[in-house]
Design a protein around this ligand. Structure first.
Ligand code: PLP
Length: 422
């Protein structure tokens, strides 16, 4: 029976048999015991499902990955040790030196560095475009060696809402998948597969965990992209010599992308989360459907307060009618976007940091999207590697304050903002 998302937050993934623990156990073991070498050999050949080494698979991690695949409406998922690893895996699973990716320029600073610096060194080229690019502008960014389009559904920290259908149509017209980072809306507020995205990644460090206890990521496959429609993805459609000549699409069908991501990419790069972290992540997921609406309710109240205050230069929250993203947000995230607001205090960079230093309830932390209200100044922290012109291109002014509204009482949060502005 298919359950609704609230039920799946609580129950999906772990299905205990008679007499087994009701709560997902932490399988804190690197290794698994077999009676004969022949049995273990069949696992290595991917002839049978089973566990042999935690770098490749672990029951705790698998149950949590399966829950997230269900929440996104995908066919399979793999947990990674960070959101950064998830972004990297999503691309390196289908790209190699000499390939090219079209990416939105409104992305998390860490992702931008991963693509623009580290992956370029591996020989993978990127063209960055605006999330507001027209169809023609998106089309113009493609090259014959383009293998994917990458963007954030709700970008960090600019809060641009992606026109998922438009980007998916362009990607598909060029025979490549659309990969989206859905960290901020979470599947509670946006399910990108329903609009044509093919692969979803998350930093589970943020709302999914929700309590700032573990760093993690996940890659989820919709199972909808046809890798055999052209010859762009030989890693999936031709024999893998490092796995006894398996052709992933032939042997695993809709499971091809995630199976390759585990059997080859995780085997070789090894960014596996600890099962203890997967356990903590699962505790967060169990209340995701309760927390996310509260974050949104509180954020809208704070955004309206800021908008009406004359010490504030500008407010960007896609839930405000004044936001250029309001219509896109209504279409793709009708129940709300996230708890994150960006705004500028009159007086620029110096006023921004002075305001932040005076906050009492909201803490200055390098984090976003957990249950406690927090603030960050991207220009001097997460995005400090970017030059002024790169900052401007990415839409991040020197005065931008990223305010991550928590799930405390909204009147207390607003009172804190008000006293700091005074
Ligand atoms: C934090 C973040 C990442 C990176 O995730 P880590 O878990 O910190 O590695 C990627 N994308 C978005 C949108 C993020 O907010």
């Amino acid at each position: 029976m298919a359950y609704k998302i609230e039920t799946n937050c609580v129950q999906a993934g772990w299905k205990p048999k008679n007499g087994e623990p009701r709560v997902i156990p932490v399988y804190q073991s690197t290794t698994y015991k077999y009676d004969s070498s022949v049995e273990m050999g069949r696992l290595f050949d991917l002839e049978e499902n089973g566990y042999f080494y935690t770098r490749l698979a672990n029951p705790t991690n698998d149950a949590v990955a399966s829950k997230i695949a269900t929440l996104e409406g995908g066919v399979a998922a793999v947990l990674t040790s960070s959101g950064q690893a998830a972004s990297f895996y999503s691309l390196i699973n289908i790209c190699q030196a000499g390939d090219h990716v079209v990416a939105s320029n409104a992305i998390y600073g860490g992702t931008y560095n991963l693509f623009n610096v580290t992956m370029r060194k591996l020989g993978i080229d990127f063209t960055f475009i605006s999330p507001t690019a027209t169809e023609d502008e998106i089309d113009a960014a493609f090259k014959p060696n383009t293998k994917a389009v990458f963007a954030e559904t709700l970008s960090n920290p600019v809060l641009a809402v992606l026109d998922i259908e438009k980007f998916a149509a362009s990607a598909h017209a060029h025979g490549v998948p659309l990969i989206v980072d859905n960290t901020f809306p979470t599947p509670i507020n946006c399910r990108p597969f329903e609009f044509g995205a093919d692969i979803v990644i998350h930093s589970t460090t943020k709302y999914m965990d929700g309590h700032a206890t573990q760093v993690g990521g996940v890659v989820v496959d919709s199972g909808n992209f046809d890798w055999e429609q052209n010859d762009k993805f030989p890693g999936l459609t031709t024999p893998d010599d490092s796995y006894h000549g398996i052709t992933y699409t032939q042997k695993f069908g809709k499971g091809a992308y995630i199976t390759k991501c585990v059997a080859q990419i995780m085997r070789d790069y090894g960014s596996i989360p600890s099962p203890q972290n997967a356990f903590l992540l699962n505790l967060g997921l169990e209340t995701l459907h309760l927390r996310v609406p509260r974050h949104c309710e509180n954020a809208l109240a704070v955004a309206r307060f800021l908008e009406s205050n004359d010490k504030i230069a500008w407010v960007n929250y896609p839930g405000l009618e004044s936001s250029p993203n309001y219509e896109l947000a209504r279409k793709y995230m009708p129940n709300g976007t996230s708890g994150v607001i960006s705004f500028g205090v009159k007086g620029g960079r110096e006023a921004a940091t002075r305001f932040m230093d005076n906050l009492k309830l909201a803490a200055i932390v390098t984090h976003v999207a957990d249950c406690r209200t927090c603030v960050l100044h991207p220009a001097s922290t997460t995005h400090r590697q970017l030059t002024d012109s790169q900052l401007e291109e990415a839409g991040i002014g020197a005065d931008l304050i990223r305010f991550s509204t928590g799930i405390e009482n909204k009147e207390d949060i607003i009172a804190d903002v008000a006293q700091a502005l005074e």
